[in-house]
Write a protein that binds this ligand. Structure first.
Ligand code: GRF
Length: 202
């Protein structure tokens, strides 16, 4: 299966996928990353792709006259790599109708909280501020809401009294990277179907 991965930052989830595919080989894992896309230049996520010899592309919102035109351009860039699955691994933009029309149902996101709790761009900070005793991460299919799509898998992470946002986020990411690698591999190897809010992996 062909994967396109979208990033906006450090790309450690991308790196986890690269490392696993490098160790197992694309045949055994069930997928290969054919391109990495971002909404901004100069991020470590793109450098990780380049070091792995994987084609990259950048589509910046500010280069387009409207959000819709950006969305269409991003969809076009992704489509040009003919992906079977698209993975948002720390991609910090909400995609629009055009993107979802083309990739909905095969667009996976990972979020650093236990959805439906703490959706949005600050899930770790919000859980900490709320005083949650456990939080975690959620791997889900993207729908037309923000972090509202059908849940594929979740992992629980305890919140410690001494946690600040970055310490907690680092601990969440350890679970998140393993969960994402496991889920993407299973879906790539076995196929999936979505029945309402239920995700069935064959
Ligand atoms: C991940 O925790 C993701 O859930 C959140 O941002 C983080 C990205 O980390 N949206 P990285 O870029 O994969 O290291």
């Amino acid at each position: 299966k062909r994967l396109v991965v979208l990033v906006s930052g450090s790309g450690t989830n991308l790196q986890a996928l690269l490392d696993t595919i490098g160790q197992l080989g694309p045949e055994e894992y069930g997928a290969e990353i054919v391109a990495v896309g971002a909404d901004r230049d100069g991020i470590e996520g793109l450098a990780r792709a380049e070091r792995a010899g994987i084609p990259v592309f950048v589509r910046r919102v500010k280069d387009y006259d409207s959000r819709e035109e950006w969305d269409a351009a991003l969809a076009e860039a992704v489509a040009s790599h003919a992906p079977d699955l698209v993975v948002s691994a720390g991609f910090m933009r909400i995609v629009g109708k055009e993107f979802l029309a083309r990739f909905g149902g095969r667009f996976i996101n990972t979020h650093p909280a236990l959805l439906p709790s703490f959706p949005g761009a600050h899930g770790v900070r919000d859980a900490l501020a709320y005083g949650a005793k456990v939080t975690g991460c959620t791997v889900h299919f993207v729908d037309d809401g923000v972090d509202t799509g059908p849940i594929i898998a979740q992992g629980v992470v305890e919140v410690r009294d001494e946690d600040d946002e970055s310490a907690l986020h680092e601990r969440i990411k350890e679970v998140e990277r393993r969960l994402l690698v496991e889920v993407v591999g299973r879906i790539a190897r076995n196929g999936h179907r979505i029945e309402g809010r239920k995700v069935v992996i064959q």
